[in-house]
Every structure is written in C-alpha cells, then in structure tokens.
Write a protein that binds this ligand. Structure first.
Ligand code: UD1
Length: 339
C-alpha cells in the first residue's frame, strides 16, 4: 500500500490525478480546504475507481492539521496541488495568493521535514515562462512573472530548487502545466470554476449549455495564423498520468527537476471554438474584443524532456478533449450540485 498525500485533491487536476493514482495501485489521501471545490467529488471518484479516498478537510497552512496527518500515515510522496490560480484575482488580492500558495507550501515542506518525507511533485505552470522569446518553450528558457499568481508559482519553484541544492535528501519534480482542459471520460468529474470562468474551455462549455450568452474572444490581431491566441491544450487525464510517472521516477540524487507538460502543439481560440462546435453540435456565439491585459500571442511546450526522462507523452488529442469536455458539461450543466 503505497500512500500518497494529495493536497488540493478535490480540485480539477487533483481529482483526476487521484483517479489515476488509484488505478496505478496507490492509496491517495486527500487534504483540501474546499475553498474552490466540492466534497461531492469524493463520491464521483469512488464511482469511477471503486475506491474511497481518505479525505481530510483542512488547510495546509495549519501546522496541527499537517502533524496529525503525517503522524497517522507514512507517505511515499506528496503531490501538491493546493493553491489558487486566478490571475485577475491575484492582482487584486496578492496576499491571498502568497498566503495560500507560498505560505501553504512552506508549511507543507516543514511538516514533510519533521516526518521524514522528502519527495514532492509540485503543480507548477507555464506561467513561469512569462512572455517567452520563442515557441516551442523549453525548460531552460528564462523564467519571469507578470502577476502575483505567477510570482507565487515561481517563488515556490525557487524555494524547492534551493532546498534540493542545500540538502540532497529532498527530491522534487516540478510539472509545468500548459493549458489543462477536458474531463474524465465518464463525465463524472470535470472542471467547475467558481463564478464566471476566466479560462477559455469552461467558458465555451458554459455558453453551450446556456449558462452564459456569448464568448468574448480576447484579441483578433495577434501575430498568429488567424490572429487569435494560440495555446497548448492538454487533456486533464494525460496531465494526471504525468503525475504517476513523476511519482514513479523518484530516486536518490534526484534533486529538483522541472518538466513541461504539454502536447507540443497549439490551437487558436477560433480553432477551439470550431472543434467544440463539431463535438457538441452546439453553435457558440462569439465576438472579437480587444486583447486581455497580460495575454501573450502564442504558448506551447517542447515536451521532449518529459518524454525522455519520465517516459510520458500526451495520448489524447483535440477530439477527445472536446468529446470529454462536452460530456462533462452536458451531464453536469450546473457542476457539482446535489439533485
Ligand atoms: C491563464 C492564465 C495563466 C494561468 C492559466 C491557469 C492569464 C493571462 N493567464 O492562461 O497565467 O496559468 O490561465 O489556468 O489569465 N480567451 C478568450 N476568451 C475568454 C477566455 C480566454 O478569448 O473568455 C483566450 C485567451 O485570450 C487565450 C486563450 O483563450 O488566448 C486561453 O486563455 P485561458 O484559458 O485563460 O488560458 P491562458 O491565458 O493561457
């Protein structure tokens, strides 16, 4: 019984990773404060996998909660998702981001140290590349942050690198996600953002079910083939599977390693709209609006290092992404609500 602590395990990427961990023979234990997720996810995970994940409702900033957790279980590794990710909100409430994302990670690392558990997979983001000089993006590109959310991810990355350099007992894998989308193919778990979605895919899906009227396409004058932004959209189950490979790959002298988790290709906003329309048979009304501040023209990964060192590559393409996104939204038009 290889136990893995999953912080933020009821969230979008966390819940899909919990399913993959169970399928791979691990025993995940979830800690989540449910600030941005629902505990109904736990029933759904059980329906999919046949196993009930142990769940602790709590905050990773609480030393007592973490002590209880680590005293009760012997974890092989920690997969650390807990954190906030809305860029706009992070500009308005920076301390909320530094507290949840940075202070939370510090408390977690301290508890891991106390209980002699020093393997961690960190949920990082392509946001750490800021505005990259070129695409595809390689892990060695310069890192920068353009908002407090991005800075919080970068700060934790730096902290983990420094810690691994100072003490070789620590083993860290930083997974830099590109744009996670789609849902589990059962349609039982998926993304349910709080309020109006900031991200493209949940926004399109909510337009399709009539929760939102129309999509605003932020910018039609980028230097891209059709003028709209290009991103590397990765199926959340592919992303979940990258975490399993990361957990398996820890070994002595591992140090701190960063990997891009993306497909290696990009789609424009207009291509995404068309692909969703094809999968759902719904028309998505949209209008081209001015650029969103902070957006870049094009971002996609060079995922070669992840392929070479973790043996991972994305298996699902745009048609699976759209099929599963639509299946989830259609079956759960109002997300995780009861009745
Ligand atoms: C955004 C964040 C990024 C974060 C990621 C987390 C910004 C500027 N970037 O990435 O830091 O790591 O989410 O999930 O917020 N689009 C529209 N209309 C919409 C929404 C999006 O046209 O209503 C366009 C965007 O301009 C972009 C593409 O769709 O070209 C993808 O946007 P989004 O899903 O928000 O992801 P990112 O901006 O890549």
């Amino acid at each position: 019984m290889k136990k893995i602590l999953v912080t933020g395990g009821t969230g979008f990427i966390g819940s899909h990773t919990v399913v993959s961990l169970i399928e791979a023979g691990y025993t995940p234990v979830i800690i989540d404060n449910l600030d941005n997720s629902s505990d109904l996810v736990l029933d759904r995970i059980e329906s999919i996998s046949g196993a009930r994940a142990e769940f602790i409702r709590g905050d990773i900033r609480s030393e007592n909660t973490l002590n209880e957790l680590f005293a009760k279980h012997r974890f092989e590794a920690v997969v650390h998702f807990a954190g906030l990710k809305a860029v706009g909100e992070s500009v308005e409430k920076p301390m909320r981001y530094y507290s949840n994302n940075v202070e939370g990670s510090i408390q977690l690392l301290k508890a891991m140290d106390r209980y002699d558990c020093r393997r961690l997979v960190f949920s990082s983001s392509a946001t750490v590349y800021g505005d990259p000089v070129s695409v595809p993006i390689k892990e060695g590109f310069a890192l920068s942050a353009t908002n407090p959310y991005g800075q919080s991810k970068l700060t934790v990355e730096t902290m983990l690198r420094d810690l691994a350099a100072a003490d070789e007992r620590w083993e860290f894998t930083l997974l830099r996600y590109f744009n996670p989308v789609g849902a589990h193919e059962s349609g039982l778990i998926g993304e349910e953002p709080n309020g109006i979605p900031n991200n493209l895919m949940p926004f399109i899906a909510q337009v399709a079910v009539g929760r939102l009227e129309k999509l605003s396409v932020w910018g039609g004058d980028y230097d891209t083939p059709d003028g709209t932004g290009v991103r590397d959209y990765i199926h959340v189950m592919d992303l979940a599977e990258a975490h399993i490979e990361a957990v398996k790959s820890f070994k002595p002298n591992h140090g701190c390693r960063a990997y891009n988790v993306g497909t290696g290709g990009g789609y424009s906003v207009l291509e995404m709209i068309r692909a969703f329309e094809k999968a759902s048979n719904c028309e998505i009304p949209y209008s081209i609006e001015p650029r969103r501040s902070g957006d870049i023209a094009s971002s996609y990964a060079d995922p070669e290092l992840c392929h070479r060192e973790l043996g991972w590559h994305a298996k699902r393409g745009i048609s699976e992404i759209m099929r599963d996104q639509w299946n989830w939204q259609r079956k759960n038009p109002n997300g995780y609500t009861v009745g």
